[in-house]
Design a protein around this ligand. Structure first.
Ligand code: FE2
Length: 295
């Protein structure tokens, strides 16, 4: 099984800091910390940060941080990467300090996504997370949430994350989000969360389709929807219930152009009883795709 225990953190370059601040606080209900260098970080729990937003002139997914338990597991992962001739670098003390982790390594997946594996994330129990909207996020053993990457070399990506990094396939959705354009999305897990990572072979230049945050109260999904509507935010998918992880959610377009799924009520997977499934629909109901307005 995988040394990787959870999605730990995400790093993005962002071109519109104030739009992100507003989106983060008023719609997602996460807290925002400002840094001296102009960057912002977002908190959803006891971790010092979960999403780093680098103040920039462009939007980009910079890195995906995968958490391992301890030094031994990081060493185990290093050995396996080495055995398979996957290049990695040990993160400098300076990088570990900026990520606020004990140690980390850096490597790249076949599509070129920068992956970081780390242990020892700083916890701020002396400064409890306070959501500006009063939301509580499901994290803990299930990690931050999930990320859906646009896969370029889909077979190589799936093989890398399953065979090398030890993720398990939960299921596949073979569907047409845009009519006439069939695609098969792979959903991969590394803990009880149905998927911490999904790979979607959509022929677009973007790296990331969406990220997902999960709250523990269905009414908070409604409250976030109300706030998004009031702010005039584009709903990329309307409210719906996913076929596979049973998440009740909606998607809005973040100021960076990728979507944020905001959900509640997903199932937890039990490794002993789970078997791989196939779905032909993205959702049991709802989740109507809406093209973004042309600018
Ligand atoms: Fe999702």
């Amino acid at each position: 099984m995988s040394e990787i225990k959870a999605l730990g953190y995400l790093g993005f370059s962002i071109a519109d800091k104030e739009a992100w601040r507003d989106y983060a606080e008023n719609i997602l209900g996460v807290s925002v910390d400002d840094h001296d260098n102009g960057d912002m970080s977002l908190r959803v729990d006891s971790y010092a940060w979960r999403i780093k937003l680098k103040n920039s002139d462009h939007n980009n997914l910079d890195y995906v941080g995968w958490e391992v338990s301890d030094k031994q597991d990081l060493e185990g992962l290093k050995s396996r990467l080495h055995e398979h001739s996957i290049a990695f670098e040990v993160g400098s003390d300076e990088l570990a300090k900026s990520r606020q982790v004990k140690e980390l390594i850096v490597f790249y997946d076949p599509d070129g996504t920068r992956c970081e594996a780390f242990y020892g994330p700083l916890q701020l129990t002396n400064k409890p997370f306070v959501s500006p909207k009063g939301f509580r996020f499901i994290t803990g053993e299930q990690g931050l949430g999930h990320i859906v990457l646009i896969s370029k070399d889909h077979a190589a990506q799936e093989a890398f994350y399953t065979q090398l990094l030890g993720f398990k396939v939960s299921d596949y959705i073979n569907t047409e989000i845009v009519p006439g354009k069939p695609l098969s999305i792979s959903f991969l897990r590394c803990n009880g969360r149905h998927h911490s990572l999904a790979l979607a072979p959509v022929p677009i230049p973007a790296k990331v389709a969406h990220i997902m945050l999960q709250v523990d109260n269905v009414d908070d999904v409604g409250r976030a929807m109300d706030a998004a509507e009031k702010a005039g935010t584009h709903f990329s998918f309307t409210l719906g219930r996913h076929s596979n992880d049973e998440m009740l959610s909606f998607y809005t377009m973040s100021p960076s152009g990728f979507d944020v799924e905001f959900g509640w009520g997903a199932i937890e997977v039990n490794d002993d009883s789970w078997h791989v499934k196939v779905h032909h629909t993205n959702s049991a109901w709802g989740h109507k795709f809406q093209r973004p307005p042309r600018k």
